[in-house]
Design a protein around this ligand. Sequence first.
Ligand SMILES: *[C@@H]1O[C@H](CO)[C@@H](O)[C@H](O)[C@H]1NC(C)=O
Ligand SMILES: *[C@@H]1O[C@H](CO)[C@@H](O)[C@H](O)[C@H]1NC(C)=O
Length: 369
Amino acid sequence: MSPPCSLLLFLSVAQLLSHSSPLPFEQKGFWDFAMDTMDGVGMMAMMRDEEEGSGVVPNEIPVCPFGCHCRLRVVQCSDLGLTAVPPNIPPDTRFLDLQNNRITELRENDFKGLTHLYGLSLRNNIISKVHPKAFVPLKTMQKLYFSKNLLTAIPRNLPASLVELRIHENRIRKVAAGAFAGLRNMNCIEMGANPIQNSGFEPGAFKGLKLNFLRISEAKLTGVPKDLPESLHELHLDHNQIQAVELEDLRRYRNLYRLGLGFNHIRNIENGSLSYVPMLRELHLDNNRLTRVPTGLPDMKFLQVVYLHSNNISQVGVNDFCPQGFGMKRTFYNGISLFANPVNYWEVQPATFRCVGDRLAIQFGNYKK
Ligand SMILES: *[C@@H]1O[C@H](CO)[C@@H](O)[C@H](O)[C@H]1NC(C)=O
Ligand SMILES: *[C@@H]1O[C@H](CO)[C@@H](O)[C@H](O)[C@H]1NC(C)=O
């Protein structure tokens, strides 16, 4: 499985640098960069400067936006109180960090010439406007971190090279048809904590997009959206207001490995609905209002983890988890949680867990009122 989308920014930088290392000319990083922009004498003067703090001003200053820190093709301009993207970003920049500023808008030419940019962080600004052509120069950008801003829509004309988009905590209510047009193969979109309802996804919002991981947590969904990419391996919809999983809801998502539906208001998983996700490994249904174990679990050959804790399940039947024949289940369970349900664990027959790899994999505990 591809790595999840939750890598921290510094990891991405580390990853970026490690990606650069196989190329010998990039290993030199800062020095290489210094060589490009100043003569050897100037560079020595600067090194002496750094060592002795002599205050001698080199006759040429390397290109770097004022106040930012440019090193190893990473341009760090975070926490500077910037209200706009600064000029003079070196054209060979691979990672541009503009997080924690006061940028309000991305203008047409803000990223002009940055054809080598791999990652851009705009996290925690107050951006509400993005020029439709702002991202056009970024022809090789793979990672865009846009969480904690004031966007009301997915920015237009995202580069076809993009593989990761984090746009958590904005004000997106609507994802228009074709919002991801031109993007073909993405690893991850994180768009939780936006005030989006099911009706906010226009038909065809994800048309043509091949996507591995999608998270729309902490939004205003009342059901599982039906028109997400078919390619999804992971779908996280926790902390919404989903009431039920209906028969056809999962029909499109045959490739799902992990499904997160915890912290919703689910009372019922319609019989048969899980048959549409036969590859599922992990199902999170904790912190809902289920009154029974969902039907269909014994038929799920690969299911290993089921979280059902903090529901209203009062009975667990001997055939709720495991198939009746031998050899039908390809992988045994290694995690079942049932604690914080009104079920008396001593009333559950031990044979209920005959297809669990290890007793310790079952978390039962007492029901506390
Ligand atoms: C669920 O559906 C299957 C197949 O249609 C059926 O055999 C089974 O009795 C149903 N279970 C419940 C609890 O309705
Ligand atoms: C739990 O289920 C019982 C019926 O089995 C119902 O009477 C009760 O209201 C439910 N409690 C909650 C908190 O939903």
